[in-house]
Ligand binder design. Sequence first.
Ligand SMILES: N[C@@H](CCOP(=O)(O)O)C(=O)O
Length: 435
Amino acid sequence: MKFYSTNNKDLRVGFEEAVFNSMPADKGLYMPEHIPRLDAQFISKIDQHSLPDIAFRVASALLGDDIAPEALRELVTDAINFDAPLVPLDQHTAVLELFHGPSLAFKDFGARFMSRVMGHYLREGQKQLDVLVATSGDTGGAVALGFLGVPGTRVTILFPRGKVSPIQELQLVTNGQNIRAIEVEGTFDDCQALVKQAFADPELNAQLRLTSANSINIARLIPQTFYYFHAYAQVRRAGGTEIVFSVPSGNFGNIGAGLLAMKMGLPVKGFVAATNLNDTVPRFLESGVYEARPSVQTYANAMDVGAPSNWVRIMDLFGGDLEAVRRVVHPARFSDAETVRAMAELADRYDYIACPHTAIAWLGAEQFRKEQPGDYHCVFLSTAHPCKFPEVFSAELAARISTPEQLNSLAGREGKAFAMPADFNAFKTFLTASE
Ligand SMILES: N[C@@H](CCOP(=O)(O)O)C(=O)O
């Protein structure tokens, strides 16, 4: 499979180059040159397949022979070694829990797959790979665990100071070994802009072998399609056929992967793009005017993104046709007050404790059902375990949050983060000084 830049379809590169270069020099994003359709037979019998099986089929369709089948199967099975169960709340609504991996967030799908793809291509004696990642909360922790101790790699995580939850911060700053963290005086958008500027800086790229672990990297996006097919398989087992997915959205990689899955043949009735008050995309879908605004801090901090990177990919998937996007992607936005009320309602009505991001996705599903009643299944995505955000819950609800074993490894750990202004020269000096 070749990958083109969304800014120049004539620029085509192989998978390995797309992964390591992460972002084309023209600042577009890489997309597969054609979207393969999965075999209709396979889709019709998908309920007979396990998550690793589905993941292998989808990855093979997207990568062709870029990675040999046996190696790809091994890679996928090793990366996706945890489940993504669909938990029913009522007859027509279910939550897809994507937080059962090591960092307790859906980012483990992308980070684990990507680190293994890079491992597959890395050769001894090559220049050290400098992996840069900007995070608003969850991506950094997943990437850190994905690369911890991987020889030949060094990871630099940038996060906005004081804007991630205490547990997320521990996941970012306590890794040691080949993982370093920088707390940036600014927002996630500042962190993301610094990282993108680094990829566009010729001097830096002559000195260091830089790569991105954000969802601008196509290797982060591909594995996120797996769980949409897996959700469909589970809905089919429960006797359903038609699905609306409600996706908590920040950088728009998650819903972008869902739309890619749909283009590959996954039967979907529609998607809800559910945001917090960082609503650049809902505003765009409503008004047709794209205006990225500086992000504001909310309880659903991982979605505090003002300039979502992956929106260009979504427009590209629909050939730039906004009306076509609008037919499939339904916008929804919710305030902190609505989010907290939804968390309490989920607990009361269903005895389900959801993190703020998940609660926003549920609100999106509820809103869609009110607008378009019907016999379809609403699947809302749970992107992080609630134990990452105890401070957002009332004391009574916080006491009901389960403690997954993944949390134990953080207990009593001391961390370290370098403080830095949102200034490119300071970032560049940091990267080169510690070469
Ligand atoms: N929501 C993310 C922000 C980074 O987005 P990504 O799509 O590049 O992973 C986070 O939790 O850090």
